[in-house]
Design a protein around this ligand. Sequence first.
Ligand code: GLC
Length: 552
Amino acid sequence: MDLWWKDAVVYQIYPRSFADSNGDGYGDLGGIESKLDYLAELGVDVLWLSPIYRSPQDDNGYDISDYQDIDAMFGTLEDFDRLLAGVHARGMKLIMDLVVNHTSDEHPWFIESRSSRDNPKRDWYWWRDGTADGPPNNWGSIFSGSAWQLDESTGQYYLHLFSRKQPDLNWENSEVRQAVYAMMNWWLDRGVDGFRMDVINLLSKTPGLPDGRIPAGGLFGDGGPYYLNGPRLHEFLQEMDRAVFADREAELLTVGETPGVSVELARVLTDPANRELDMVFQFEHMELDHGTTKWDHQPMDLVDLKANLAKWQNGLSDVGWNSLYWNNHDQPRIVSRYGDDEVHWYESATLLATVLHMHKGTPYIYQGEELGMTNYPFSGIEDYRDVESLNHYYEAVDRQRIPPEKVLPGLRIVSRDNARTPVQWDDSPGAGFSSGAAWLPVNPNHVTINAAAQVADPDSVFHYYRRLIALRHEDPVVCEGEFELLLPTDPVVHAFTRTLGAERLLVVANFSGDVAQCPIELDGEIVIANYREPTGQSLRPWEARVYRQRID
Ligand code: GLC
């Protein structure tokens, strides 16, 4: 089996915030096309586009009303074909976001399904009668409130694990599955190179949809145990493989977004012998600064982070494969989160990059990460656009009567809108993103943090990422070397090795704003480092070094 993606680096584009070619304030396909040379210079192998299909944009395109057309805000199918040709001409690949746990409530399938109780597509979604208490069960939606919405016209409720405008498809129904596979084949026939599969481990729900446990002080039950990694997940993925991927010669990539996945399950999902997925996105390393909920932000403890990353490295070392990421369109910016976006901005952005890119797996870079883009200085609720953030705020303030000043600080640090401000292309007033008013304001720090300045500066975060990507392409130790964690209990210094044959890479990183003594003897040839003159046992604030050593 061809595992071409083992030394590939993927770059995620969130199209509405990437680059706007027509001045309407939203990024579009023409904007992406205009930046392909930039992406080729960075050296990435694969582009993943967040959804560009026709959509009412309730969840910025993760609510699809036509899987086989492009939303007018992004362009046309013709624009898409041109973009794809441009990507391929530069030796890169392009994967699409596949959102098939749910559709939009404006998708023709749902419109038909809701039209009457005996419509042939009624069973394509989860319709249930209510109970004496109201909804069919007690599940809460991942986007706040109940997971059920009453449809007055037929008197039944439909399930929506996300927003009310994202009804869940019923994967128990084989017609649903066949319709999805046909759509996937249509895109692959058009030339796309694979899919990032949105919340793919939510497809199979436990029959009977049992009530979940209501957490202390909570209003809704946790349906997670009944909709995450459900009983037919492997069956559905294997069926999808047979219907879509198995007979294709092309080099494709599949990556599943799998919240709540364990290492053991990830091994099964990504074991090539099982023909399910090439790799998955797990979330454990992104939850280390969560309190009882994600909105209740806590400091991250480096010892926990090291243990967690090592657990995934070791757990998938012989079977399966890791994806590696710090950022995506759902996560606040990593330099503001696990780094220091003020005093040691450059050093912490490059340290985080070094640590991630020296792991075994396929790294994913989210747009702007390669520039060290930071969180946004949000203030009032009117600054936000994200449905998850807004629902959370109104649920807390209006329903639970929590004062806004208690809700806003968490939102500011955690909101997904932090990732969604426009890419900072230059220092002009609109940051070079759009000639019009951007749908979400550009970060004021674009005057110093921007692509034009960084491409011109060989010592920038951009060029540091470029070198890390090149290193993965050139050096088999980065790609294949066996991982070993050193110093598991050191509270500030992270250290690990990657070993292949007689060669070893030693990675050391000081996760603090103070000088730290490295207890491991530092010698060998420097491969990459984020300070000049990296010598001696003292690591400067947020200093990272990679040494090459020979084992005799
Ligand atoms: C995934 C997407 C997120 C979206 C959700 C519902 O988690 O990454 O952006 O809101 O699924 O589709």
